[in-house]
Design a protein. Structure first.
Length: 275
């Protein structure tokens, strides 16, 4: 009987020790996981009164598709007004996107649209599937993607198109553009913001052939001299911007902070806030 009692006591002690060890492992894992999560994944990033907050709760359009049918990829078109024609499915142009963000940031009253970006210059917004655009002679990189009414891009593979288009004559020695290399394109902010639109301004960019993540490739955003490392491909709400001119510099960098080669992987833009 004494042997049985001692045996049971020993087993209980072993069980308690095992539970305690398991608890320690769980707590250690929990601490490690928490410490490894970047600040941008848990909420806002703040510096010198400027706050950036990623958001992921916009209306979803997972099956939306965009295809640029004209001009054809790699084609040569006459100088002047270049015709563009798109085929779009599961996404309605001119419809208001809805959601809370349509009420708290700059929102186009014309509704959802296409962002057309040539050579990473400021985009033009288009609310119809066909239009013309004056483009100078030369080889051009054309990025197109679907946009919510408040200018947030759709970021899944079928929602964008990237291609080379030659207009008129190409100057000798024009460098080749690698469509398969990692590229960063600038989208927002843009132009002038007034009234309540100055309180929350969206930062949005487009990535092609790359992803960003903690400890890996990231986007370095320098806003009015304040540097933020962005490790999520998401729109960011900027708050605390001063009135007047503001400047954003975006750079696609590797895990060591070195700029990744590419003609558009470093870009600087200015925009203005007015009362």
């Amino acid at each position: 009987m004494q042997i049985s009692t001692r045996l049971v006591s020993s087993l209980l002690l072993l069980g308690l020790a095992a539970c305690d060890a398991a608890k320690q492992v769980t707590e250690a894992t929990s601490v490690t996981t928490t410490n490894s999560v970047p600040s941008s994944a848990t909420g806002s990033i703040e510096k010198n009164g400027l706050r950036l907050t990623p958001f992921f709760d916009s209306p979803k359009f997972p099956t939306a598709q965009l295809r640029l049918s004209t001009p054809a990829a790699g084609s040569t078109v006459p100088s002047g007004a270049v015709p563009f024609k798109y085929e779009i499915t599961n996404f309605l142009l001119t419809k208001m996107s809805g959601g809370m963000h349509s009420e708290e940031m700059a929102n186009s009253m014309k509704g959802q649209h296409i962002h057309n970006i040539v050579d990473n210059e400021p985009y033009t917004a288009h609310y119809e599937t066909g239009f013309t655009k004056n483009i100078v002679d030369g080889q051009h990189v054309v990025l197109s993607f679907l946009s919510r009414s408040y200018h947030e891009s759709l970021k899944h593979r079928g929602a964008y198109d990237l291609r080379l288009v030659t207009v008129g004559n190409v100057a000798p020695g024009t460098p080749a553009f690698d469509l398969k290399a990692p590229h960063l394109f600038y989208s927002r902010p843009k132009d002038v913001y007034t009234g309540k639109d100055t309180q929350k301004v969206m930062l949005d960019f487009y990535l092609v052939n790359t992803t960003i993540e903690p400890g890996g490739t990231q986007v370095r955003a320098t806003i009015n001299g304040n540097e933020f490392m962005l490790d999520q491909w998401a729109p960011y709400m900027m708050e605390g911007l001063p009135m007047g001119e503001n400047t954003v510099k975006l750079e696609l960098v590797d895990s060591s902070g070195k700029l990744i080669p590419g003609p558009y992987n470093s870009v600087t833009r200015s925009f203005s806030l007015q009362p």
